[in-house]
Design a protein. Structure first.
Lengths: 130, 136, 115
């Protein structure tokens, strides 16, 4: 599966330094309703509209966003808007979710926690966790 | 250069639910583990029911021992704070002298530091990033 | 801080407003967002919850929080979905649409904590 570039979160200053920008959203559970899904990802949509980049991390129970019909639709909209979506390979496979079930644009990470920390501490300027 | 400066940044992880009923405590421990490994400072705050996470003598049968995991994280430099009022409410503090702000908790490991809400706010002020776990 | 649960059934509202008020007292600019089921935290007219259900009034917490300088905003769509009129809310709450709230988070949200 192609790894999407992290260009949605990285920006460079005129000096070529990596500038802090972008929003990280960590999802560790499913939305209770469509309304909640809308709200959980609302900041993502706005972030990409403002061209400041966004990334979504699916961890633990949050990996089911990649599988369930309704959350998958919202995830797809986020991907369409330019957000990166990263999921834990370990958590997906433990839950019996096959790679074939996933939107091909989702990146599977062997170390999602490490990726999350690196993005949150090193590249983004805010994080929201659900 | 910006990324290097961040290396010494502080990540605050706030846990709001008790261990074993869900995976939030595990997520906190795993993320703390990775952050410490990458050289970041890590501060963990146990709020509400999460104070149960630091109880000594936990013996989960089929799950990762959260108490022991927190102890190992503390050994590696993570600061573990627990809400004093929450701990008093849940029976962890056996003797508490509000006037002298002295308390005794024989069932809390020594690496846990009890703080009031002011301590929590100071942690928020100091952190570069904060993540909440278990509030759902 | 985003509140997503109604008052009293869980500790979330109390815990969030407790630290929210302390934060404002200690010089942090704090905005509490009521969204989804958290909308119900914004209803006025709680009638002696301490006496009736042994739980402290979250309405008082909200009012105290605002008196200290905190800001409380309410998501318009969450209100409309639940059929709650503006007049039913505690005075001083601001009703904002989703885009404005998202902009607020992006512009002012150094730390976003969801309770």
């Amino acid at each position: 599966m192609l790894q999407p570039k992290l260009r949605t979160i990285h920006r460079k200053t005129a000096k070529g330094e990596r500038e802090m920008s972008g929003t990280c959203v960590l999802l560790m559970r499913l939305p209770a309703s469509e309304d909640e899904a809308r709200r959980m990802l609302g900041i993502i949509q706005r972030s990409t509209e403002r061209n400041s980049g966004a990334a979504i991390y699916l961890l633990g129970e949050g990996t089911f966003w990649a599988k369930g019909l309704m959350p998958k639709r919202y995830l797809s909209m986020a991907l369409d808007s330019g957000a990166a979506v990263k999921a834990s390979r370990r958590d997906l496979f433990a839950r019996g979710i096959s790679e074939c079930d996933l939107d091909q644009r989702i990146s599977l990470m062997d170390d999602l926690e490490g990726e999350l920390v690196e993005d949150v501490m090193g590249r983004a300027n805010r994080v929201v966790s659900w | 250069m910006v990324a290097e400066a961040r290396k010494k940044g502080t990540l605050a992880l706030v846990l709001f639910s008790a261990p074993y009923g869900n995976q939030y405590a595990n997520h906190v421990c795993n993320i703390a583990d990775r952050a410490l490994g990458m050289g970041y400072n890590v501060e963990i705050f146990l709020y509400g029911d999460a104070v149960h996470a630091h109880l000594t003598e936990q013996k989960p049968k089929n799950f990762v021992n959260i108490g022991e995991t927190l102890a190992r994280l503390a050994d590696r430099g993570a600061a573990v704070y627990s809400c004093l009022i929450c701990a008093i409410a849940r029976g962890y503090i056996r003797d508490y002298d509000e006037g002298r702000k002295v308390y005794n908790s024989p069932i809390t490991p020594p690496f846990v530091k009890y703080v009031t809400v002011q301590g929590f706010v100071n942690m928020i002020k100091k952190a570069d990033r904060i993540m909440m776990f278990g509030s759902s | 801080m985003e509140l997503t649960h109604p008052p009293f059934g869980r500790e979330n509202t109390y815990a969030a407003l407790f630290v929210g008020s302390a934060s404002v007292s200690m010089g942090i600019e704090v905005t509490v967002l009521l969204a989804g089921e958290g909308i119900y935290v914004g209803l006025k007219g709680q009638n002696d919850p301490q006496g009736r259900i042994n739980l402290p009034s979250t309405e008082k917490q909200v009012r105290d929080f605002m008196e200290l300088g905190g800001r409380v905003v309410v998501e318009q769509q969450s209100l409309e979905d639940r059929g709650i009129a503006a007049g039913e809310l505690i005075e001083g709450l601001e009703i904002l649409d989703s885009s404005t709230i998202a902009d607020l988070m992006l512009d002012k949200g150094d730390h976003i904590m969801v309770f």
